[in-house]
Ligand binder design. Structure first.
Ligand SMILES: [Zn+2]
Ligand SMILES: [Zn+2]
Ligand SMILES: [Zn+2]
Length: 351
């Protein structure tokens, strides 16, 4: 038997301008399984021991947008090419859209821009026509949400069945079928919220020559409900270190938001056994922060644990932003003796 030695070379800065990195496949640790809990729904479990420090999941975003102030001047802006998504510092030179749609769209090299042409064409006219009016009328949050939906539709348009990114494994769903199976529906959100999203869909996301997707208004509304329940914010430092370090180190400034078909299955705990952090290419990486025993659920934290520390503030934040009352081990143990709560679990992600 011959011995194979793998050597990994770190790309140098000069490589950046010429090479579009190959899109990395999703990777799931063999001891990780998806199961369904009667109360919590879909979840991730360990089928066998996962030692502390083990990398358990690397998931590629199905759609990702930059979230930065003043993009033209911001050093954290990411390359728009989904096969790259590296942060593209201004001093290394950026390549902008020839149609000058919005300054948030930039590529780290002309190779990245050219390779991304067909995908960007899907969103370019929409961005040019609607980005500024939406920002002016509805604000940055709603613009980001709608743009993320447009990028989900662009990925679907490029690869409707998820065939290009789907390793043929048994249980994990990838690509559009992974997105379609995410939790989240209009029942999860307040009527007022759903009404507002319906208005946005009818005004900006209808199937049209500007945005040809072939889906009904209801399906796009459902997609917003799914996206809002499952998208991740991308931050430069880890989320979910428990117990939080002293002095506290927060996760830093958000620079992007993304939807990950597999990472989205992880439920929340206020004492998670996984930490999560995006790598330099926008992949979401989960790492075991302690030994995880066979059968145990693998959870992340949906928020920065250094920011909400006591039971009341954690539950209030989760109720408002993620629409459930947390019943994790830590919350239960910190409950005053008489408190009882309705358990309405919804796996959702931070944005
Ligand atoms: Zn790039
Ligand atoms: Zn453009
Ligand atoms: Zn909790």
């Amino acid at each position: 038997m011959s011995q194979v030695v793998y050597i990994t070379l770190e790309p140098s800065e000069s490589d950046r301008v010429d090479d579009v990195p190959k899109r990395q496949p999703h990777w799931v640790h063999p001891n990780l399984i998806e199961s369904v809990d009667p109360v919590k729904g879909r979840q991730i479990r360990a089928s066998d021991l996962i030692p502390k420090g083990t990398r358990v999941l690397v998931d590629h975003p199905y759609a990702i947008i930059p979230v930065v102030d003043e993009p033209a001047a911001n050093e954290d802006l990411i390359c728009s090419n989904p096969a790259c998504n590296r942060q593209s510092p201004r001093h290394l030179g950026r390549f902008l859209c020839s149609n000058a749609c919005i300054p948030d769209v930039a590529w780290c090299s002309s190779t990245c821009r050219d390779a991304d042409k067909a995908r960007h064409d899907f969103e370019c006219t929409w961005l040019k026509r609607y980005a500024q009016p939406i920002r002016n009328k509805w604000g940055e949050y709603d613009f980001g949400m709608l743009w993320l939906i447009v990028r989900l539709l662009a990925s679907r348009d490029r690869d409707p069945h998820g065939e290009n990114v789907a390793p043929k494994t048994q249980q994990w769903k990838y690509g559009w079928s992974g997105i379609a199976s995410l939790c989240g529906s209009s029942d999860t959100w307040s009527h007022e919220q759903v009404r507002s999203w319906t208005t946005l869909v009818k005004k900006y996301l209808r199937d049209s020559p500007v945005l040809p997707h072939g889906l009904t208004v209801d399906r796009v509304l459902h997609l917003i409900c799914q996206e809002e329940a499952n998208s991740f914010g991308l931050y430069p430092r880890e989320t979910g270190i428990f117990p939080p370090p002293h002095p506290p180190v927060d996760r830093g400034e958000q620079y992007a938001a993304a939807v990950y078909p597999t990472a989205a299955i992880a439920n929340h705990s206020c004492m998670p056994n996984l930490i999560h952090k995006p790598d330099q290419d926008g992949h979401m990486v989960f790492t075991a922060s302690r030994d995880i025993l066979p059968g145990q659920e693998c959870c992340i934290s949906y928020f920065d644990l250094t920011k909400y520390t006591d039971l009341t503030s954690r539950r209030e934040h989760l109720r408002k932003s993620f629409r459930f009352i947390c019943q994790c081990e830590r919350c239960i143990s910190e409950e005053p003796a008489k408190e009882t709560n309705e358990w309405t679990s919804m796996p959702m992600m931070d944005i």
